[in-house]
Each structure stands twice: as C-alpha cells, then as structure tokens.
Write a protein that binds this ligand. Structure first.
Ligand code: ADP
Length: 244
C-alpha cells in the first residue's frame, strides 16, 4: 500500500471501480503454457496489464553442492522485474521487495510440488515481470504453477492466486495498481482448489474480522476461476491447438 490519494474515485455511486470493473470482477486473464524452447517448462500470463513470463528448469543437479538435500529436492524461485516494467525505470539489481516476493512465492509453491521424489536435485523457477500493474506476485504464482506442470514436475495441485482487498470501505476482488496505492487493504491469496488449501495469505492494510473473512471468501472464489484458466492453458497446449 502506497500513499493514499484521497482525491481518486476508487468506487463510484454505481459500485463501479476506477477501471470499470464490478467489485467481484477480476481483470482479463490470459494464460499460455509453454513457449520457451530452452526451458523444461514455461508459461506466460497477462493479468490485466501485468505481463509475466516464467521458465522452469529441473529437476537438476544443485550448485553449489552443499545446498542440496539428501532427503528431498529443493525449490528455488527468482522473481525479477524488468527495469522497463514500471513507469519510472527500476534499478535492475534485485531489490528487497523482489527478494521478499521470491521467498513468498517459493513458500506458496512448496506445498504443491512433490519435491520428495527428487532428492539431491533442484527445481529452479525464473519469473520475469515484463510489465507490472499491481498484483504481480499473484499473477507470477499462478503462471509459475502452470510452468511447473508444463515441466512435468509431479504436483499435488496447482496454486491459483489473486488478491482481494478493500477500497471505499468495500471488499473487492483483484486489486489493481491504483487500488493498491490508494485503497485501504490488499490481501494476496494463493489457493490449491482441488485440495482446498491456502498456501499464500498476506495482508497490507486494516480490516475488521468480518471484512477479513469476506476478503478470504471472495479471494478463494477468484482463485477457483483462475484455476480453470490454468487448466485450460495446459489442455490447449497438450490436447488442443495452443502451445508450441
Ligand atoms: P504486487 O505486484 O504483488 O501487488 P506490491 O504490492 O509490492 O506487489 O506492488 C504493487 C505494484 O506497485 C506493482 O505491481 C507495480 O505495479 C508497482 N511497483 C512495484 N515496484 C515498483 C517500482 N520499483 N517502481 C514503480 N512501481 C512499482
């Protein structure tokens, strides 16, 4: 949550948001499985104006070797924003925010990936944010799950993600950049729909207990919709006319 701009109309008298959406509506989502020839698995997502590419490599040998685990495989995640992905050029060096989001996404993916099947190896997930517009961690987590499945990594489920939040004292689904900057709360949620388990839940802002519960309900419902698009992306690549 950035500085709160009191002059921005985040929700008009008809319940329409600053980008024309209803309160329970996500932005347009497009997911494509595959596309990177040199990766073991990959995915591209457009979530509103977010554009993110994910490449997965592995399971493969761990370097440096002392990082490997004889009992299980390890997951490594790098979330990186291109300098041109935001309005004002971003320093290409990894920021504290990117290091934190890499960790958050790794921990949100770990319950889904059967790493125990690949002791001593690593699965690397590289996330490149080409264009950012609020909600990149959720869009990246969603695409990373598809890229892992595309790589043939055994998984318990895919993680679908979307943020719920609050603007003008109203709970909303899928927080965009303006709503993140000027709104009252942002709650990114990652959810495994087949297992019914939440693997990511963060909260920036203040909510009443009722609003908190409503955000979780709205967010989980949004994740279920995103999950259908993840499955469709994989089906299109492997059984349909999409993919490479
Ligand atoms: P998320 O992208 O998961 O919502 P944040 O809440 O940290 O994560 O960021 C919200 C949005 O702020 C990003 O999606 C992006 O549009 C914008 N943003 C993040 N970092 C920068 C930056 N260094 N410069 C300009 N805008 C940024």
């Amino acid at each position: 949550m950035g500085g709160r701009d009191a002059t921005m109309v985040l929700l008009d008298e008809n319940g329409i948001r600053c980008d024309g959406r209803k309160v329970d509506e996500t932005r347009r989502v497009m997911i494509r499985a595959g596309g990177l020839k040199n990766a073991d698995g990959s995915a591209y997502i457009e979530f509103g104006d977010n554009k993110i590419l994910v490449g997965v490599f592995g399971p493969r040998d761990v370097h440096p070797k002392h990082m490997s685990n004889t009992d299980t495989g390890i997951l490594r995640v790098r979330y990186h924003m291109e300098p041109f992905s935001v309005g004002e050029r971003k320093n290409p060096a990894p920021s504290r925010r990117e290091i934190e989001i890499s960790k958050v996404i790794k921990e949100a993916l770990e319950p889904a990936v059967m790493l125990e099947k690949f002791p001593r190896t690593a699965v690397d997930v590289f996330i490149e944010v080409l264009q950012a517009d609020g909600g990149t961690r959720c869009a990246a987590l969603t695409a990373a799950s598809v890229a892992l499945a595309d790589a043939g990594i055994p998984m318990r489920d895919m993680v679908a993600a979307v943020a719920a939040g609050k603007v003008a004292d109203t709970v909303i689904l899928d927080v965009n950049n303006e709503e993140d900057q000027a709104g009252q709360a942002d709650m990114p949620i990652g959810y495994m729909p087949s297992l019914g388990k939440i693997t990511l839940l963060q909260l920036d802002g203040v909510l009443t207990p009722e609003e908190y519960k409503k955000c979780v309900d709205v967010g989980v419902k949004g994740c279920k919709d995103v999950y259908e698009l993840q499955k469709k992306a994989l089906k299109d690549k492997y059984f349909g006319n999409g993919g490479d």
